[in-house]
Design a binder for this molecule. Structure first.
Ligand code: NDP
Length: 295
C-alpha cells in the first residue's frame, strides 16, 4: 500500500447482495469503509452503519490503498474502473469470472501500477460474516498483497490462497461449482423418479444425503488415481459392471416417465471409455473416464 490510510481502512465497489453483506461485516468489525455503487440508494444502509459514500469509482478508489471490487461481472469491473488512477493501489477482485478473465484483469491492473488478487467467493450473502456457516473465498495472484491484507480479507469469510497464478482462484471456484451442479443434477433425477409414487420426498431425503456422503469417497479416490494413472488396482466396482448396470437406471427412468437427460451424459461417458477398449478398461474404476474429457 502506498497511502497513509490505517491498515483497517478500505474501499468497496459494488453494493449488490454480496457487496452489501461484505460491507456490513467490515463495518461491524470496526473497519473504516468507503463504498461506491452505481445505484446510490443502496449505499444508504452501509452509510447508516458508518460507511463513507463516494460519488464515483474514482473518488472511492482515491480514498484507500486497498480496493475490493464486487460487481456483477468482469465487463462491469472494466467499465467502472475505466480511466480511474490505480497507481499504487491494491485491488482485490471478488467479482465472479473465468480464469482467463482473472489473468487478463491482473495484467490490466499491473499495467496501471496496481497489485492484484482475484477472488472466488464460496459462500452466499447470508454466509458472509457467519464463521460457523463455513463460507470462504479462494484468492490467487499477488502473494504480497494477500499477506499484507490477510486480516482484513478474513473478516467476511475464510481466506484460502491458492497460488500466484491470478486465474487459479476462479479455476478453483468453477471446479467446485461444477461439481455442485453435477450433484444437483443427480439429486434432481432421484426426486423425479419417486414423483407420483407413495414415497415422500422428505423420506427419501435422509437416505439420499447419507448415500451421497458415503459416495464422497470418490473425490479422494479419483485424485489418487489421476495422480498415479493407475485406474485398475483395488477396483471393486468395475467400469464393465457399472456400464452393464446403467441399463437398469435408464430403463427405470423410462418406466417412471422421467427424462434421463441429467444422468445419461455421465453414463454415456462410462460407456465410451469401456467400448474404446473393453479388455483394457473393463476392470477400471470410473475415474478412468475423466481422461476422456480433456479436449
Ligand atoms: P447483484 O446482482 O446483487 O449486484 C450486482 C452489482 O453489480 C451491483 O452493485 C450492481 O449495481 C453492479 N452493476 C451491475 N451492472 C453494473 C454496471 N453496468 N455498472 C456498474 N455497476 C453495475 O450481485 P451480487 O452482489 O450477488 O454478486 C456480485 C458478485 O459476487 C458477482 O460476480 C457474483 O457472481 C458474485 N457472487 C455472488 C454470490 C451470491 O450468492 N450472491 C455468491 C458468490 C459470488 P446496481 O446496484 O447499480 O445494480
Amino acid at each position: 500500500m502506498t497511502d497513509n490510510a490505517p491498515k483497517n481502512s478500505l474501499t468497496l465497489l459494488g453494493l449488490g447482495d454480496m457487496g452489501t453483506a461484505l460491507a456490513r461485516t467490515w463495518l461491524a468489525a470496526g473497519h473504516r469503509l468507503t463504498v461506491w455503487n452505481r445505484t446510490a440508494a443502496k449505499a444508504a444502509a452501509p452509510a447508516a452503519e458508518g460507511a463513507v459514500v463516494a460519488a464515483s469509482p474514482a473518488e472511492a478508489v482515491a480514498a484507500n490503498g486497498l480496493v475490493v471490487i464486487c460487481l456483477l461481472d468482469d465487463a462491469t469491473v472494466g467499465s467502472a474502473l475505466d480511466g480511474v488512477d490505480l497507481t499504487g493501489k491494491d485491488l482485490v477482485n471478488l467479482t465472479t469470472g473465468t480464469p482467463a478473465e482473472g489473468r487478463a484483469r491482473a495484467a490490466w491492473a499491473e499495467e496501471r501500477g496496481a497489485r492484484f488478487v482475484d477472488g472466488g467467493i464460496m459462500a452466499t450473502p447470508t454466509m458472509i460474516g457467519v464463521p460457523e456457516a463455513g463460507g470462504y473465498v479462494f484468492y490467487s495472484g499477488s502473494r504480497a498483497l494477500f499477506d499484507t491484507h490477510r486480516a482484513t480479507l478474513e473478516v467476511p469469510a475464510g481466506a484460502r490462497f491458492v497460488g500466484e497464478d491470478p486465474g487459479h482462484a476462479a479455476l478453483h471456484d468453477v471446479a467446485l461449482l461444477s461439481a455442485m451442479y453435477g450433484m444437483f443434477a443427480g439429486i434432481s433425477h432421484a426426486y423425479a423418479l419417486i414423483e407420483g409414487e407413495d414415497i415422500a420426498p422428505k423420506d427419501l431425503a435422509p437416505l439420499l444425503s447419507e448415500w451421497l456422503g458415503a459416495m464422497g469417497f470418490f473425490v479422494g479416490n479419483a485424485a489418487e488415481r489421476l495422480t498415479s494413472r493407475d485406474f485398475t488396482t483395488g477396483v471393486v466396482s468395475s467400469l464393465a459392471m457399472q456400464t452393464a448396470a446403467s441399463g437398469t437406471l435408464l430403463r427405470t427412468a423410462e418406466q417412471q416417465g422421467v427424462s434421463a437427460e441429467l444422468i445419461s451424459p455421465y453414463l454415456d461417458l462410462m460407456r465410451r471409455r469401456l467400448t474404446a477398449d473393453p479388455a483394457a478398461h473393463g476392470g477400471e474404476d470410473t475415474a478412468g473416464a475423466i481422461t476422456l474429457l480433456k479436449r
